[in-house]
Every structure is written in structure tokens, then in C-alpha cells.
Design a protein around this ligand. Structure first.
Ligand SMILES: Nc1ncnc2c1ncn2[C@@H]1O[C@H](COP(=O)(O)OP(=O)(O)OP(=O)(O)O)[C@@H](O)[C@H]1O
Length: 243
């Protein structure tokens, strides 16, 4: 992959937890303006790699280069806030430390959460909650947006909308996006480059190529490839998420 604006580059890292090897010889590039998706089974090391990208975990070997001065927005898998606290959506966004009114308003419009601003954070649907978490990540005006399973807890229609929103954000803002996903067919259509992880990088490349790769088929089965073929065909007629 040749890109002239690399936001973060990870070279040949290994991460061990005691004797357990979580990541081995893993390399990764996230260029500005591209959506890179990590897929892999449970325990494959996806969240561990995200933590390395965010600078929260130091690998035992290998190195990480971040473009100096870049801002990173992170959307976690789930929110860790005590539900006893009364917290509205707008208050939650204000607690991010970003106080610029126009920045907050712009993000609210962008992810379409104006109607739920006064609702309690703890009574939202899965899709509403994910939009709020996405809004919080966007408040930092990120160059790099890191999304750890953004469609978790969202119904199928909501999943599609959320991926469409993520694709729009990339086009509008030109940021780089690193996304973790469990699901296959929807994410394949919403990404430029897929990295299939299982402690090591099993295969990587354009979604259409990865889904034909023997390592991918071994991990996810031929059913996944068939689903994708159906989806891609359907998708092309509507010219949605892909570039
Ligand atoms: N802090 C830790 N201490 C010990 N082992 C850990 C730690 N964090 C992760 N692991 C182990 O490392 C492996 C990779 O975990 P990781 O959470 O990165 O996988 P994942 O691909 O994100 O999984 P999932 O899809 O289930 O979220 C797992 O076997 C996990 O148990």
C-alpha cells in the first residue's frame, strides 16, 4: 500500500500478556482519508491492536510512528459510566471538555442527535447510544477516528445507517478511520482496506480480495463469502457505501 499521508504506522509489533501472545509480527498503516477495518474472531487481538494504536499499550517489540500533532478520536465498544448518575446526552457531550458551542452544534447535526439531547444517556436505544459515542469522538476534530465495534447493540437497519454515516464522515472530514468489526458483509462494503487478524495478520487488502483469500475462508467459512457476494451485487445497484 503506497500512501503519502500516513497518520499512524505500526511495524512488526508483538504483544504478550504473561506467556500469552496476543499479537505477533503485526504491521498496520492508517492513511488520511481511508477506512481501514480490522476483522477477526473473538480473542484475535483486535482490541489489543487498537490499544497500541491509541498509545495505551506498549508492544514488547516493533515500533509505532504517529504523525506529529494529529488528534485522535476514540469510540469505545461500550460506555463505562455509572448508570446511577443522572446524565443527559447534552451534558455528556459537554463533559468531553470541548466547550465551543458551534463545534458541539456542528457535531450534533452531523450525527443527527438533536432530538435526543435532553434524554437520559441510559435510556437510549443501541443505535442512539452509538451515535452519541460517535459524536463525542468527533468533538475532538480528529485526524484519526478509531471505532471499536461501532455497531454493537444496533439492529440491522441501524447498522446500515451507522456505516453510511461513518462513510459520510470520512468523505466530509477527510479523516482516517480505523474500525474494528465482527460482522462481515456490511463492513466489507464500507471499507477501503481490510486486515484479517488472528494473532497475526492472516490476510489483508481490498475487501473483495480478502473475502476470496483461503485464510479468510478458513476463519469465517465459505458462507461468509457467499453472503458478501449477494450483498455486493445488491449494493452495487444502489451505489451506497463504497467509493
Ligand atoms: N490485559 C490483558 N491481560 C491478559 N490477557 C489479555 C489482556 N487483554 C487481552 N488479553 C488476551 O489477549 C487476547 C486478545 O484479546 P483482544 O481483546 O485484543 O481480542 P479481540 O480480538 O478484541 O476479541 P473480541 O472480539 O472478543 O473483543 C485474548 O486472548 C485476551 O484474553
Amino acid at each position: 500500500m503506497q500512501f503519502n499521508d500516513i497518520l499512524v504506522q505500526i511495524n512488526d509489533i508483538t504483544v504478550k500478556f504473561q506467556q500469552h501472545i496476543a499479537l505477533q509480527n503485526v504491521s498496520l498503516l492508517v492513511p488520511r482519508g481511508k477506512i481501514i477495518t480490522l476483522i477477526g474472531p473473538n480473542g484475535a487481538g483486535k482490541s489489543t491492536l487498537v490499544r497500541v494504536v491509541l498509545g495505551l499499550l506498549k508492544p514488547q517489540t516493533g515500533d509505532i510512528c504517529r504523525q506529529p500533532g494529529i488528534r485522535v478520536g476514540y469510540m469505545p465498544q461500550r460506555l463505562k459510566v455509572d448508570p446511577i448518575l443522572p446524565l443527559t446526552v447534552i451534558r455528556f457531550l459537554q463533559l468531553s471538555g470541548v466547550h465551543n458551542h458551534s463545534t458541539i452544534q456542528k457535531v450534533i447535526q452531523e450525527v443527527n442527535i438533536a432530538p435526543i439531547l435532553k434524554r437520559s444517556l441510559f435510556n437510549l436505544s443501541g443505535g442512539e447510544m452509538q451515535r452519541v459515542l460517535l459524536a463525542r469522538a468527533l468533538l475532538r476534530q480528529p485526524d484519526l477516528l478509531v471505532l471499536d465495534e461501532p455497531i454493537q447493540g444496533v439492529d440491522v437497519n441501524g447498522q446500515y445507517e451507522l456505516y453510511e454515516l461513518i462513510a459520510q464522515i470520512r468523505h466530509r472530514r477527510g479523516c482516517g478511520i480505523l474500525m474494528v468489526s465482527h460482522d462481515l458483509h456490511l463492513v466489507m462494503a464500507a471499507t477501503d482496506y481490510v486486515i484479517c487478524l488472528n494473532q497475526q495478520v492472516c490476510c489483508s487488502g481490498h475487501p473483495a480480495m480478502v473475502t476470496q483469500h483461503p485464510s479468510y475462508l478458513k476463519l469465517f467459512g465459505t458462507r461468509a463469502a457467499e453472503d458478501l457476494a449477494i450483498y455486493t451485487h445488491h449494493h452495487n445497484h444502489h451505489n451506497q457505501l463504497t467509493n
